[in-house]
Structure formats: C-alpha cells, structure tokens
Design a protein around this ligand. Sequence first.
Ligand SMILES: Nc1nc2c(ncn2[C@@H]2O[C@H](COP(=O)(O)OP(=O)(O)OP(=O)(O)O)[C@@H](O)[C@H]2O)c(=O)[nH]1
Ligand SMILES: [Mg+2]
Length: 308
Amino acid sequence: MRSGFVTIVGRPNAGKSTLLNALVGAKLAIVTHKPQTTRNRVQGILNVPAKKGRPATQVILIDTPGVHRAETRLNEKMMREVHEALEGSDLILMITDVSHKSDAGDQYVLDLVTRANTPIFLVLNKVDKIEKPKLLPEIERWSRLYNFKEVIPISALKKDGLDDLLRVIVNALPEGPEYFPKNQITDQPERFLASEIIREQVLISTAQEVPYASTVVIERWEDEPKLTRIAAAIYCEREGQKAILIGKQGMKLKEIGTAARLQIEKMLSKKVFLELFVKVQPEWRNSRRFVEEIDWRRQLENLVGPTE
Ligand SMILES: Nc1nc2c(ncn2[C@@H]2O[C@H](COP(=O)(O)OP(=O)(O)OP(=O)(O)O)[C@@H](O)[C@H]2O)c(=O)[nH]1
Ligand SMILES: [Mg+2]
C-alpha cells in the first residue's frame, strides 16, 4: 500500500479548492471568484485502487488558503495554515493560473514551496482560458525558474488533465499505511462544512469589504430524526456591514439562508431548519483570540475534547 500527504499551494484564486473538489469528487471546499475564499486547510481523501503492478494508494490532498502578504491577524492565521499544511507533506502541488499574467506573487509562492524541501509538481491551471499555442512558452518559462519534478497543465473547472495529474501523484507517493478509513473523504466535520457553505453565500451575495469582514460560527446543531436544526451567527465588523447583510426587510439574509439551506440539505440528505443571526464584533480580524476561537479545529476540541 502507498499513501501520502499532498499539499495544494498557490496564490489566491488559482483554483486550489476547485482542484481538491474535482479530484475527490465532492464539494469539500467552497469556491468563489473572490480571492482569499479559503481560510483553513482542509483534507480531502482519495482512495485509488491497485492497478497493474501498482498497489492501492491513499492520497490525502490538502487545500490551503492562497499565499498572500498578511496584514491582519486573520491573514496571519491563514498563512500559518499554509505552513502547517506544508509540514510533513510528501508532495507539493504548486498551482498557478495560466490565464493570469505572472508576477512577483508567483515568485513569492515559489520561494515558499522550495524552502519546504519536498518534491514539487507545477500544476498549470485554467488552460481552458488560454489559446493552445500559449501553453508551451508558459511551460518553458516556468521550467527555467525551477526544476519541477513534473509540469502538468489542467483545467480543474472542466476536469481536463486530472487523470494524468492523479497518475503522477500516485507514482510519487511512498509506501505507507491507510491513514483514514475507506469511507472517509475529509477531516472536516459536516458542522463546519455547513458554516463554510453559509460563508460561501455571504461571499457570493455581498461586495467590497463585507465578504472579507465576515465569518460564520455554528452556534447550535441539533439532529432530530427527520430534521436538523442549525443556528448560525454571521459575524461582521461594523453596524453598516450588518445592515447590508440583513438587507431591506431582511431580504439579503433570507436569500443567503435559503441558498445555504438547500445545499446543507443536499449534503446531509435531510431537511434542515436554518436560523441565521448577524452579529457585530468590531475589528475581529485583528483579534488574535477571536481568530483562534473561530478555527474549526479549535471549536471541535471544545465540543468533544482534544483529539490527540
Ligand atoms: N476557467 C476556469 N476557471 C477556474 C478553473 N479552476 C478554478 N476556476 C475558477 O477560479 C475561481 C477561483 O477558484 P477557487 O478554487 O476558489 O480558487 P482558490 O485557489 O481555492 O482560491 P482561494 O481559496 O481564494 O485562495 C473560481 O471562480 C473558479 O470557478 C479552471 O480550470 N478554469
Ligand atoms: Mg480556495
């Protein structure tokens, strides 16, 4: 048996979460067109059956926040998540958006991943957005910057090139144990995926600073035989943002709640009663304590006690 931890690293918006979801075949991480959508690392587990002389392989993919310069405590925490994901990983997928003009940001990511002393594959994403003749010069340009173990063009959105990518990943992983039971596809409990689904709707349906100043905390989760009752708080930083999130006669909050509820119902295969509240926590993004408290791993510890 082979297994290993494969960390997906790249700039905000490169398509990391899209790739994780596409490879695992389930929506484990939220995706929006806004940069800095992902705030926590999330594992997606993929069991690849044995094939012609190659043993069965468990691939543990780790989606991470986009690499950026941190200006708030929240952003520092996001970058810590990237560093923690890189620690102990067997392989790094450095993913970049080929349709985007490359600049110092890419070099910054490259400097970060090359320091990890781990094999690196370069994944050139969004090839569906560029004309074919532009791809080869892009591959050559990157190959001059670093001696990547593999360079793989893909479209995570259109699911192009994923078989090739998975094949080279599996071949690169060492002998190892089955870290997770076969039926488990993520380390992130449903409770927290639900809060992410709500946050995704906030990101989609608000503009400017509101999406960045918002976070979602599940305050109550009650499983009944035919229904799950969920109460969640959307935190923002100012009264003005709260007014936007609630909207005229509560319409915005209702829109967010309905869209999120439908998705949570699909995930749980159960009816959901979702109550949303908007709360103001001034400057929470710069509060070390608040940022730690909303981390789902920390919340999980508070719910069930430390796991290790
Ligand atoms: N055309 C095209 N769009 C893509 C592709 N992959 C991702 N996208 C889009 O790019 C945007 C960002 O995708 P995400 O998966 O959220 O990117 P990310 O790297 O996880 O972003 P952060 O979490 O903010 O760091 C979304 O609008 C995706 O639909 C692709 O292969 N082709
Ligand atoms: Mg993401």
